[in-house]
Design a binder for this molecule. Structure first.
Ligand SMILES: CC(C)(COP(=O)(O)OP(=O)(O)OC[C@H]1O[C@@H](n2cnc3c(N)ncnc32)[C@H](O)[C@@H]1OP(=O)(O)O)[C@@H](O)C(=O)NCCC(=O)NCCS
Length: 160
C-alpha cells in the first residue's frame, strides 16, 4: 500500500476509476482530469496496491471558503497559496471498498493540507455520506447551492 501524487500519465486510469464510481452526470470527464492534472497534479492522492490504483482523492486549493460547481471544470481557479484544500472526488474501486482505503487517503490529504499551512479542507457530499466524513472531523454546514449532477449536496468543512 502506497499513496502518491499524480502525473498526466495517470489520466486514463483515473478517468476509468471515476466512471466506475460516479454516475455519468456527476463523474469528472477525461477532459476535466486533463485540465486538473496539467495545473495541480500534486493535489491528487492515489492509493496503489500491487501497482494498481484502487482509491484516489483530488481537488484544487483556493482562498474561496466555499466549494462551487465552476471549480470542477475550471482548473485555472486553483491557487497554490490558497487557504482551503477542496475535495472534489473520493473514489474507491467497488471491489476494494469497506477496507478503509478512502479513509487512509483522506487522512493523508488532511495531513498534507495541514503541513502546507492551509486553514482546512472543504467538500460536498450526498446525505448518506455525511456521517462518514463526520467521523473524520468534518462539520456539516447544511445543503450547499450545488446543482452538480442534479442531486442534493451537503457542504462539509474540517477547520484546522
Ligand atoms: C465513498 C467511498 C469513496 C468510500 O470508499 P471506501 O474505501 O470503501 O471507504 P472506507 O473503507 O474508508 O469506508 C467505507 C465504509 O467502510 C467501513 N470500513 C472501513 N474499514 C472497514 C473494514 N476493514 N471492514 C469493514 N468495513 C470497513 C467504514 O467504516 C465505512 O462505513 P460507514 O460508511 O458505515 O462509516 C466509495 O464507496 C466510493 O467510491 N463510492 C462511490 C463514489 C462516491 O460516492 N464518493 C463520495 C463522493 S462525496
Amino acid at each position: 500500500m502506497h499513496i502518491r501524487t499524480a502525473s498526466m500519465s495517470d489520466l486514463v486510469a483515473l478517468t476509468a476509476i471515476e466512471a466506475a464510481c460516479f454516475p455519468a452526470a456527476e463523474a469528472a470527464t477525461e477532459q476535466d482530469f486533463a485540465k486538473r492534472l496539467a495545473v495541480y497534479p500534486d493535489h491528487f492522492w492515489l492509493l496503489e496496491q500491487d501497482g494498481e490504483i484502487v482509491s484516489f482523492v483530488n481537488g484544487m486549493v483556493t482562498d474561496e471558503a466555499d466549494l462551487r460547481d465552476e471549480m470542477y471544470t475550471d482548473a485555472s481557479l486553483h491557487d497554490p497559496n490558497g487557504a482551503w484544500q477542496m475535495i472534489f472526488g473520493v473514489n474507491t474501486l467497488p471491489k476494494y471498498r469497506r477496507q478503509g482505503f478512502a479513509e487512509q487517503v483522506l487522512r493523508r490529504v488532511i495531513a498534507d493540507a495541514k503541513a502546507q499551512g492551509r486553514k482546512g479542507c472543504v467538500l460536498t457530499c450526498k446525505e448518506q455520506l455525511v456521517h462518514y466524513y463526520g467521523k473524520l472531523g468534518f462539520e456539516n454546514e447544511g445543503m450547499s447551492g450545488s446543482t452538480h449532477g442534479g442531486v442534493v449536496w451537503y457542504a462539509m468543512r474540517l477547520t484546522f
